[in-house]
Design a protein. Structure first.
Length: 404
């Protein structure tokens, strides 16, 4: 496996963080074009974990870490969801002692270890000329580190939260919005049958795009987002009024997983953190449901309004990609190859104002991409504004106010 080269060179691909539909189409697009342009393509398995755990010792079995990609391999997976290269939330710059691979343990024995020097050596041992990481801001923030260390990086943005800075679109977002609308509309029948509030918790740690877009599309009456701490009495009153106006006597709210009560903080499932320092979110939908039930009599002539509470979770990130998450990954993969063929690196491929482009990869760590509350979110109505649509990008609430 060491120092394998063919014609123009070797391109490595990895997928990190959460799975989304559209990853396999991106891998397919890169691989087919690269092979036809004379490159060999390697899949680095399980995100940053695969290349970190790679063993340079002679005769080592690295089948769990590296996979040679062919047209046959990628064509089988190219129309499916998830990532056949697998994924992880590994960050090689902050590896706990217990997670250091066995063959590095003598050298790296601190409580927290930076294995970046080994990652760079491993990439060199494999002969990787260009590395294409596909991921969200966590995965790509480590890609920035590698680029600063001299690795030739061309990055592709992926996350259903759509919050990677520099781009209007991240792979996975459209399918997430599509599924959220579909499942919300399906759950309406139960909410209407029992005359209840319908509370759906959706993804969105720091940014509320996955709650805002379905609400704007008519899937929900209200939404609460991480960018604005909401008042639960206000939400209860609004939902009770929505329910009263509805002939089927129900109303719907989408709750971002990172949403916070006024005066409160994010709700975490437990105190454990991933390699990027994030605690696992979970429970804000449950708390909102409990409070709605408790407070509803005040706005319903003294009678409680019961709640159907559903966390959509992995249901919106599994399965096949929709049309946009089939087309955009294809374009992003080819954009990455366009840059490599020109000898350009240190870039993030993007969609900006309806056109494909690229940005310096450092944009990932230099700013945040959040909902512009003043322009897009009506804090009195706890829902999106419906105004000023002219010349806006396809998904409206994107990054037009970011500065790079």
């Amino acid at each position: 496996m060491a120092n394998v080269r063919k014609k123009k060179g070797v391109i490595g691909i990895l997928t990190g963080g959460g799975d989304v539909p559209g990853l396999n189409p991106a891998i397919r697009a890169i691989t087919i074009r690269a092979i036809r342009e004379g490159y060999q393509v390697m899949g680095l398995r399980r995100g940053w974990a695969g290349i970190m755990e790679y063993n340079r010792e002679k005769d080592s079995n690295n089948a769990d870490n590296v996979q040679i990609l062919t047209e046959e391999v990628v064509n089988k997976a190219g129309r499916t969801g998830g990532t056949f290269l697998h994924s992880s939330r590994t960050r090689p710059s902050t590896v706990p002692k217990a997670n250091v691979p066995l063959h590095y343990q003598e050298k790296y024995n601190k409580e927290i270890n930076d294995l970046t020097p080994e990652v760079i050596k491993n990439l060199g041992h494999l002969g990787v000329d260009y590395l294409i990481p596909i991921g969200g801001d966590d995965t790509l923030s480590y890609a920035v580190r590698l680029y600063q260390e001299g690795v030739k990086i061309v990055a592709i943005p992926k996350t259903m939260d759509n919050d990677v800075p520099g781009t209007d679109y991240c792979i996975g977002f459209s399918t997430c919005v599509t599924r959220t609308i579909m499942m919300t509309n399906s759950l309406r029948t139960s909410a209407g049958s029992h005359e209840r509030f319908l509370v759906l918790e959706v993804f969105g740690r720091y940014a509320g795009f996955t709650a805002m877009l379905p609400t704007m599309a008519g899937a929900a009456d209200r939404c609460v987002i991480p960018e604005y701490k909401f008042d639960i009495d206000q939400l209860t009153e609004l939902l009770a009024a929505d329910r009263f106006k509805n002939s089927s006597r129900y109303s719907v709210v989408l709750v971002s997983e990172g949403a916070m009560f006024r005066g409160g903080e994010m709700v975490f499932k437990d105190e454990t953190t991933d390699a990027f320092g994030h605690k696992k979110l979970g429970g804000i939908g449950d708390l909102v449901s409990e409070e709605l039930l408790k407070r509803s009599p005040k706005f319903n002539s003294g009678k409680p309004i019961h709640v159907i509470n559903q966390k959509l979770g992995y249901l919106v990130r599994c399965g096949d990609p929709d049309a946009i998450d089939s087309i955009v990954p294809m374009a992003y993969g080819n954009l990455a190859l366009d840059l490599i063929l020109k000898g350009i690196h240190g870039r993030l491929v993007v969609l900006k104002n309806g056109r494909y482009d690229n940005m310096p990869v450092e944009v990932v760590t230099s700013t945040n991409k959040l909902i512009n509350v003043k322009e897009h979110y009506n804090t009195e109505r706890l829902r999106p504004y419906y105004k000023s649509f002219e010349m806006k990008p396809l998904f409206l609430m994107t990054s037009e106010h970011d500065r790079y």
